[in-house]
Design a protein around this ligand. Structure first.
Ligand code: MN
Length: 260
């Protein structure tokens, strides 16, 4: 089996190093990751400047682009083979609820999924890398289990791709209760923007922190991780509001034929 690893915190981040070390015994593992921190870059692709790939002394390849760039170029020519699994992370901080829309960690995994490859995004629920070794072991546990469910390279059938968003609490090993499937919760709107003055007297703005949880009810990722479980949320990529298609049909009809 072959695994492609990427992330959004950059190829030097402790989270991707720990993930690589934990997975390298399970499969052939290659890393293609951003050169610099690309958190909150979602699925962005770089279309107006060239991408360069370099190899670090530890074998990781790094790209002057986004997480989705890394996975995209890996799958469309750089690797020269199709990995069985794309894994992203381990992110420095939670990607729960609305975070998933912005997350570059999820974006990297989603790029694999959009190419028809099963993919997992791993995040730790708090920043700072506490208990990173535990998170990496939990990630390896899940990957080991899921690799066994995938068809091997010679199988006639391609796997039905899936996309999992996994958030692991920052706790000692004995304090993680196991895995729990959970839906995404919701967050309140982000905190206020922070305005500062630069040395030339110009105002500059910093995007504020993500809002606190608004829906952290039982069954959500927020709830599961607060209870000490690693949450597993299966994601899909379809922004259509299917329940409201009928609601909007009369609006389209009322717009008429377009004739004056
Ligand atoms: Mn990040």
């Amino acid at each position: 089996m072959k695994i492609l690893i990427s992330n959004d915190d950059g190829y030097q981040a402790p989270g991707i190093v720990a993930l690589y070390e934990a997975l390298k015994g399970l499969a052939d593992v290659e890393v293609v990751a951003p050169e610099h921190n690309n958190s909150a870059k979602s699925n962005a692709l770089t279309l107006h400047s060239p991408l360069y790939v370099h190899r670090a002394p530890n074998g990781f390849r790094y790209v002057n682009g986004t997480p989705a760039d890394c996975v995209h170029i890996a799958l469309t020519g750089l690797l020269g083979y199709r990995p069985d699994l794309v894994v992203s992370g381990i992110n420095n901080g939670a990607n729960m609820g609305d975070d998933t829309i912005y997350s570059g960690t999820v974006g990297a995994a989603m790029e694999g999924y959009l190419f028809g490859i099963p993919a997992i995004a791993f995040s730790q629920t708090e920043r700072g890398w506490a208990h990173l070794d535990v998170a990496a072991q939990k990630a390896a546990e899940l990957v080991r289990h899921l690799l066994a469910t995938l068809p091997d390279a010679h199988a006639a059938r391609q796997p039905v791709p899936w996309l999992l968003n996994v958030n692991i609490p920052c706790r000692p090993a004995g304090d993680i209760k196991g895995f729990k499937v959970a839906r995404l919760g919701r967050r309140h709107a982000a905190e206020q923007v922070i305005a500062q003055t630069n040395p030339r007297g110009e105002t500059m703005y910093w995007i504020g922190s993500a809002g606190p949880a608004k829906d952290d009810a039982e069954g959500t990722d927020f709830h599961a991780t607060a209870q000490g479980f690693a949450s597993i949320t299966p994601l899909q990529v379809d922004l259509t509001d299917h329940e409201r298609l009928a609601y909007w049909a009369p609006t389209a009809a009322a717009m008429g034929s377009g004739a004056p």
